[in-house]
Design a protein around this ligand. Structure first.
Ligand code: CMP
Length: 487
């Protein structure tokens, strides 16, 4: 509860209590003079003194009951806030549901009313008044049929405690986050940000699916591939693509499996667990996007209905080797490749493989083995190191920049992770293609070793984890030469 709200309530409570106590005192003090005055007035209307006194007493008792009842309401509300608001929040971390609070208040009001009534009208039998009045019973029964139904269904829901505020539930056709449970019904906020009120009695008749907030809830997304694609490769690629997506829990590894052999496709499902289940729509969508990109890179195909005839000469950006001519300009713009002849650049372009990455995907993971380097063709990537378990960016590389050369030229594990900032296309250049260039361009080794030395120095300055490597003492140049078998 906000501070100001709490303050206002406290002031209302104090003022209300003071006014009620004051009224009670005033009524008690002025009781005898009031009585004399009113009885005298009544006698003017030819009433007998006994009848006048009895009427006065009845009215006075009613006034007392109303005042005491008002005082009781104020006090019960205060106790209610204290126990079910403050104490619950301190001990359990959340306020008690409205249903519990209202039930407590109603029971307390009834008890106090009965006590007061008995006190002021000891001769009147309250029980008999209710039980003997058949008409009263029928009226109450009809009028409160739904209300009582809701109340009792609500009480049994609360006793069971199948869900809490903040859980995602599905009741009938409605799915949403529980906002409150009152004596009347359940308030849900749907994923279209609408509020749905479901009465307790109808919720009591339906099956309710509950996805508790504290639970690792799973989702299943379906996809398919052609029969010609390898299931083992598909399963590996999808699992890796999904486990890195935001909001997918790292505690349990996603499960990818074949659901069915369809008419024109192998049907798969991927099951993964969510950190925050209220965002399952966004996460499902992200998972589908990641699968699409991963398929593109790995050359796996979604199945088309077999009646569709696909005629395609070259698949663009699908990770397969094209003739490479469109990469020549890009490679010419990379400073370390400037000394290459036109023929060498053309061969390098032909031997490069284009790969596409979704925003947030890793191109390289620190610590992995690596036998290729990359040139950013389109997009941007960030070079990240781990700082107390959290990723820290050391550099952002743009179109025309290269990375991944350290592991390729020294044989050591990857020194950093490289993550796509936006959709990024890179050209991957393998060991053999570079070896060929080194044979004819010994200067290339030198300019590369300069870049590697500079980048290592920067990494070392940014992170204490990066140790001085043996290579530096020995001379990076000779390490690269030895690694590539250059004399
Ligand atoms: P490699 O170690 O193979 O894999 C991670 C890559 O990140 C690394 O090669 C470099 O290409 C790149 N890298 C590391 N440090 C830096 C840096 N300081 N600036 C730019 N790129 C870097």
């Amino acid at each position: 509860m906000p501070r100001n709200h709490f303050k206002r309530r406290l002031i209302i409570f104090l003022v209300g209590t003071a006014l009620l106590v004051l009224s009670l005192v005033l009524v008690s003090l002025s009781q005898s003079s009031l009585k004399a005055y009113i009885i005298e007035r009544m006698l003017n209307y030819r009433m007998s003194p006994e009848a006048a006194e009895a009427s006065f007493n009845n009215v006075l008792n009613l006034v007392y009951i109303i005042l005491w009842m008002a005082l009781a309401i104020v006090l019960i509300r205060a106790i209610n806030s204290l126990i079910f608001g403050l104490v619950f929040r301190l001990r359990k971390g959340y306020e008690a549901p409205n249903l519990v609070r209202n039930t407590f208040s109603i029971v307390a009001y009834i008890i106090i009313f009965v006590i007061l009534f008995k006190q002021f009208y000891p001769k009147v039998e309250l029980g008999a008044l209710f039980t003997t009045s058949a008409i009263f019973g029928v009226i109450i029964g009809l009028a409160l049929q739904d209300t009582l139904g809701n109340l009792f269904a609500g009480i049994s829901l609360q006793a069971d405690k199948p869900f809490q505020v903040g859980d995602v539930i599905t009741v009938g056709k409605w799915t949403g986050v529980v906002e409150s449970v009152t004596w009347r019904g359940i308030k849900l906020r749907t994923f279209q940000n609408h509020v749905v009120l479901i009465s307790n009695s109808s919720a009591g008749k339906e099956a309710i699916e509950v996805c508790p907030r504290e639970n690792l809830n799973a989702r299943i997304v379906f996809f398919n591939t052609l029969y010609t694609d390898s299931p083992a490769k598909t399963i590996h690629i999808v699992r890796e693509a999904v486990r890195e997506a935001d909001n997918v829990s790292q505690k349990i590894r996603p499960i990818v499996r074949i659901r069915d052999f369809g008419d024109s496709s192998v049907d798969f499902e991927v099951k993964y667990w969510l950190e925050d289940y209220t965002k399952f729509n966004d996460t499902d969508a992200l998972v589908r996007q990641r699968i699409w990109y991963a398929f593109r890179r790995a050359g796996i195909n979604f199945a088309f209905p077999t009646r569709t005839v696909q005629i395609e000469r070259i698949s663009k950006a699908d990770g397969r080797r094209a003739d490479g001519s469109e990469f020549i300009d890009r490679l010419n713009a990379v400073d370390i490749f400037a000394p290459l002849s036109a023929e060498e650049t053309a061969r390098l372009a032909k031997n490069s493989v284009r790969r596409v990455f979704a925003p947030g995907e890793s191109v390289i993971r620190a610590g992995d083995e690596g036998s290729s380097m990359f040139v950013v063709h389109e997009g941007r990537v960030s070079v990240q190191i781990s700082d107390n378990g959290k990723p820290r960016t050391v550099s952002v590389l743009n179109e025309g920049d290269f990375f991944g050369e350290m592991a390729l030229f020294t044989g050591e594990p990857r020194t950093a992770s490289v993550v796509a900032i936006e959709e990024t296309e890179v050209l991957e250049i393998g060991f053999q293609a570079m070896k060929h260039l080194f044979d004819t361009n010994p200067d290339l080794v030198e300019s590369l070793s300069h870049t590697i030395t500079e980048r290592r120095a920067e990494l070392k300055a940014r992170s204490e984890d990066v140790q001085e490597s043996e290579d530096e003492a020995e001379g990076l140049l000779s390490v690269i030469k030895r690694f590539f078998g250059i004399s």
